[in-house]
Structure formats: structure tokens, C-alpha cells
Ligand binder design. Structure first.
Ligand code: ATP
Length: 359
């Protein structure tokens, strides 16, 4: 069992607030990812959980027990670092088995557990090599093996895939998700890569400037981002944003941007009243933008980029560029006339004064 709970946790380095009043409960066996741009406090949060860093305030609990008094090696956690942190003079087998040797587990049992873990990670033929004779991906697997050989309540992973090439990252993403399913333990994962967060997690905590902006399932974060930051950080290609004003006209709720009127759904009524007379920001994901619809707004093709199964089409709508993701093939020339539509039920609306989503 390992439920990890952070209550009003805070960390300051000199005058720098790295983590600010963070409260979060990570359920037993959950895969929770802390995601956010560089410097937002992800690693510091993980280091406070595992005991490598003291908190400046607040409390960390494992299964309702405060752990502030426990050093890292007395907490029931195993950690995987971005740098792998392998012992260069030990073989792969010795690296993987190291924690068990420290625990004075009998040799024969260590050998059999090492074989088992190596097989599950597909590195059973590398056991006698030293780290310098391994590729980056193989080293990463050894680092994972070294962590998962221990039966820890929670596994903490700090950007474990960031040193791998793009293709290997995709493979390892799936393998980590599989490993989590097999081990059935709590995983707390740190990354700045929103795709990793989306693909692997049960829940994602999006961080910025030491604060959690939103913590929810990947589906929820994608469909209902809580604010402009989450909306812009999560999703690739990112959400389109248009600045304008909202108003009621002939019983309709409209968003107006440079002479273009975009209809809003009926349930936007309260949001429209709230933002009336002020600037508003409309957001729409590229896959929700419709092209070539009857009665749509006139626009021009700026550029079209083939992504494989889809085409990313950038259109200019007056001064504004808007990206639409449509199924391939989509062959139109640059500057061709096209119409665009933003379906009312797909648009998001934000209050730019504080970034909050109001629709
Ligand atoms: P990255 O993705 O770049 O690793 P991060 O989100 O993990 O970033 P942290 O490493 O947690 O961010 O750092 C958060 C803030 O705390 C940053 O401003 C960083 O400079 C500062 N910081 C972290 N560790 C220390 C330290 N030991 N001494 C002083 N400042 C620190």
C-alpha cells in the first residue's frame, strides 16, 4: 500500500519559492504525472516526496503516516533519475541487484530476481556488460530495473525518458505504462513533455510557478482545461486562441473578433454576462475547426502541412492565423479561398484578467 499525500507543501531556496502550498493526494496504485515547463517545481516536489529535499512548510504522508523524520533510504520508495545514475564499474546484473545486496538478500535469490527483472525489460542478454557498453535506451532500462527490483510502495520517476531519441521514447512510454500495470504500484512521474503525461497517466497535475494549475484525468484536462495556461500547454498542435468581445445580439450569444462573429452555445449565457464589456479569449482545438462548410466564415489558406494521416492546415482569418487538423488528403493551394467554422459546442472561453476558463 502506498497512498502519498502532500498537505500545503512548500519549498523555498533562499528567496526563491520553488513549490508553493501544494496539496495533492496520489492514490495507491495510481500513475500520477507532474507536468509543466522547466523550473515550475516538479523535481523539487518529487525530491520532497522521496526525502532528498526537506520541506520548508507543510507535510508529506505515506498511508496517513507523516514521513518528515524519515531519511530517503527509510521511505518505502524507489527512484529513477534522468541521469540514470548507474555505477560505471559494475555490470548490468550488479547494478540491477545492488539494492538487494545492500539488504543482504541471499545471492541465489538476487540472481533469480535480477534474471526476472532483466527479462521483463528485455535486457537479459546484457547482464555481463558495463554501462559504458550500452546504448542510452539500454542504460535507461537498467536504471528502471534497478528501481523496480525493489518491492517499493511507490516508484518515483524524474524525466526518465528525456535522454532518449524520439523513437525510443515512444517505445519506452508504452513499456512504462505496461510496467505500471504489471507491478500494480503507485507511480509518480515527472516530465515537461505533455505527450508523455497524456499517454501514460491516470491523472495529471499541471504545474506552473510552483503551483498546481489543474489536477485531473488526461481526458478532463484536454476537454476542460481550467485556465489559459493549461489550455495552451496541453495539446499538440496547441489550441487556437482569438481575442475579442462577447455580446448578446437578437437572442444569440456571440463572440466578436475583428468583424467575425462566432456563435456561442446557450449555456455560455452566464459567462457572456460576466465578460460583457471586457476582453474575452476564445479557444478552439485544431481538430475541432471545420473547413469548407457552407455559411462558414471566409478565410484564406496560409499553409498546409502533411502530418501523415492528418493535414495541419493554417488559415488566415483577417490578421489571425488559425490551425485546423483535418484528415488527409487535403490538397489546396496557398492563398486559396476557404470557409472556416468553430462549432459552438467545441469552443472554450477564458477571462484574460486571470486566465480562468468560464466555458
Ligand atoms: P526542470 O524541468 O528544468 O528540471 P522543474 O520543474 O523540475 O524544472 P525544479 O528543479 O523543481 O523545477 O526547480 C524549481 C525552482 O527551484 C527553480 O526556479 C530552480 O531554479 C529552483 N531550485 C531547485 N533546486 C534548487 C537548489 N538546490 N537551490 C536553489 N534553487 C533551486
Amino acid at each position: 500500500m502506498a497512498e502519498v499525500r502532500l498537505e500545503n507543501v512548500r519549498k523555498e531556496f533562499g528567496g526563491v519559492v520553488a513549490v508553493d502550498d501544494l496539496s495533492l493526494t496520489i492514490a495507491d496504485r495510481e500513475f500520477l504525472t507532474l507536468v509543466g515547463p522547466s523550473g515550475c517545481g516538479k523535481s523539487t516536489t518529487l525530491r520532497m516526496i522521496c526525502g532528498l529535499e526537506r520541506t520548508s512548510g507543510g507535510e508529506v504522508f505515506f498511508d496517513d503516516q507523516p514521513v518528515a523524520h524519515l531519511p530517503a533510504n527509510k521511505r518505502d520508495v524507489a527512484m529513477v533519475f534522468q541521469s540514470y545514475a548507474l555505477y560505471p564499474h559494475k555490470t548490468v546484473a550488479q547494478n540491477i541487484g545492488f539494492a538487494l545486496r545492500m539488504m543482504r538478500v541471499p545471492k541465489a535469490e538476487i540472481a533469480s530476481r535480477v534474471d526476472q527483472v532483466a527479462a521483463s525489460l528485455g535486457i537479459e542478454n546484457l547482464l555481463e556488460r558495463k554501462p559504458k557498453a550500452l546504448s542510452g535506451g539500454q542504460r535507461q532500462r537498467v536504471a528502471l530495473g534497478r528501481a523496480v527490483i525493489r518491492d517499493a510502495g511507490a516508484y518515483l520517476l524524474d524525466e526518465p525518458l528525456s535522454n532518449l531519441d524520439a523513437q525510443l521514447r515512444v517505445t519506452m512510454r508504452a513499456e512504462l505504462k505496461r510496467l505500471h500495470a504489471d507491478l500494480r504500484r503507485t507511480f509518480i512521474y515527472v516530465t515537461h513533455d505533455q505527450v508523455e503525461a497524456m499517454t501514460m497517466s491516470d491523472r495529471i497535475a499541471v504545474m506552473k510557478d510552483g503551483l498546481v494549475q489543474q489536477c485531473a484525468s488526461p481526458e478532463e484536462i484536454y476537454a476542460r482545461p481550467a485556465n489559459l495556461f493549461v489550455a495552451s500547454f496541453m495539446g499538440s498542435p496547441p489550441m487556437n486562441f482569438l481575442h475579442g468581445e462577447v455580446q448578446r445580439e437578437d437572442g444569440k450569444l456571440l463572440f466578436r473578433h475583428q468583424g467575425i462573429a462566432i456563435e456561442l452555445p446557450d449555456h455560455a449565457s452566464a459567462a457572456v454576462d460576466d465578460l460583457s464589456g471586457r476582453e474575452a479569449v476564445l479557444g478552439i482545438r485544431p481538430e475541432d475547426v471545420l473547413l469548407g462548410v457552407e455559411n462558414g466564415t471566409a478565410a484564406k489558406i496560409f499553409v498546409a502541412e502533411l502530418l501523415g494521416a492528418d493535414v495541419l492546415v493554417t488559415v488566415s482569418l483577417g490578421e489571425q492565423l488559425v490551425k485546423a487538423r483535418v484528415p488527409a488528403p487535403y490538397q489546396v493551394g496557398v492563398n486559396a479561398q476557404v470557409t472556416v467554422e468553430f462549432p459552438a459546442e467545441k469552443v472554450h472561453l477564458f477571462d484574460p484578467s486571470d486566465g480562468r476558463a468560464v466555458l
